[in-house]
Every structure is written in structure tokens, then in C-alpha cells.
Design a protein around this ligand. Structure first.
Ligand code: DQA
Length: 143
């Protein structure tokens, strides 16, 4: 089983972003952890990150063709990007929406997600642990 992990805009500079929300976590460390968890769970993870909307949309198309589950942290795009929403509508495998920080308890504009109704599960505010829970959810859903 292959799970695509699609991290979006500004997640490559996580380690330099607000430590109150991201605790100095780097994308590198996060991806290393995701690959280790995937191995433990007996699935294959494919982690991708981009700041390009075009690339992200193409990766959603790609996931729609070949992934068995998709973990989506679209960063700020989650709050307003309908092109990414449209691309995710093509995905028939289960989607888990993840946000490292608790977007429901930050600024008002972060409370809206234009993709959350496409997600089978939504995990927010659990830091990197959220990705482990998402992997577990997707592996469980496929069992
Ligand atoms: C984020 C939350 C978003 O509001 C923000 O724009 C991000 C990261 C998170 O993982 O907490 O870039 O998706």
C-alpha cells in the first residue's frame, strides 16, 4: 500500500516558523519520521513538498491515479485554494487532512478549510504525531 504525503506551501521552512506552533520541527526531520512510521506500519510513504500550486495540483492528480491513501497538509492553501480542492476531488482513495498546529484555535481565517469535507479524517494540533495518526488511520482503513 502506498500513501502519498503532500505537504504544501511554506512547510519547507517549518523550522524557521513560529516556534509556538511548529516547535522548531524541520521538514527533513518530519519526513524522516514519517518514513520510519510507515516502515513500522508496513506501508510505503511517498513524501512530497512544494511551494508551487501547479506542482501540488499535479501531485494530487498523480495521487488520484496511484495512491492508496493521501495525507494532505496544504498549509495556507487549505484555507482558500479551490484549484487544489478540485484536484483533490479526483482522489477516490481516503484522504486525511493534517495540520501540525491547532488551526481551530488560531486566527479566525485558519478555521475555514475548503478541503475538509473531502477528507475521511481531519487531525489538527498534534504536531508531527498527527502524521503518525494519519498513517495509522489509512492503514486501518485499507485493512
Ligand atoms: C498549517 C496551518 C496553516 O494555517 C498554515 O498556513 C501552515 C501550516 C499547519 O500544519 O499547522 O502553513 O497547515
Amino acid at each position: 500500500m502506498r500513501i502519498d504525503v503532500l505537504n504544501g506551501v511554506n512547510l519547507n521552512v517549518l523550522g524557521r516558523r513560529n516556534p509556538e506552533h511548529y516547535r522548531g520541527l524541520s521538514l527533513d526531520r518530519l519526513e524522516t519520521q514519517i518514513y520510519a512510521w510507515a516502515k513500522e506500519l508496513g506501508c510505503e510513504a511517498r513524501c512530497r513538498q512544494t511551494n508551487s500550486e501547479v506542482e501540488y495540483v499535479e501531485w494530487c492528480h498523480d495521487a488520484a491515479e496511484s495512491a492508496d491513501g493521501v495525507i494532505v497538509n496544504a498549509g495556507a492553501w487549505a484555507h482558500y485554494n479551490y484549484a487544489i480542492r478540485d484536484a483533490l476531488e479526483l482522489v477516490t482513495a481516503p484522504i486525511v487532512e493534517v495540520h501540525l498546529s491547532d488551526v481551530d484555535r488560531r486566527e479566525e481565517w485558519r478555521r475555514l478549510s475548503v478541503i475538509s469535507d473531502l477528507a475521511a479524517e481531519r487531525i489538527v494540533g498534534k504536531g508531527q504525531e498527527g502524521y503518525r495518526l494519519a498513517l495509522e488511520y489509512l492503514v486501518g482503513a485499507a485493512a
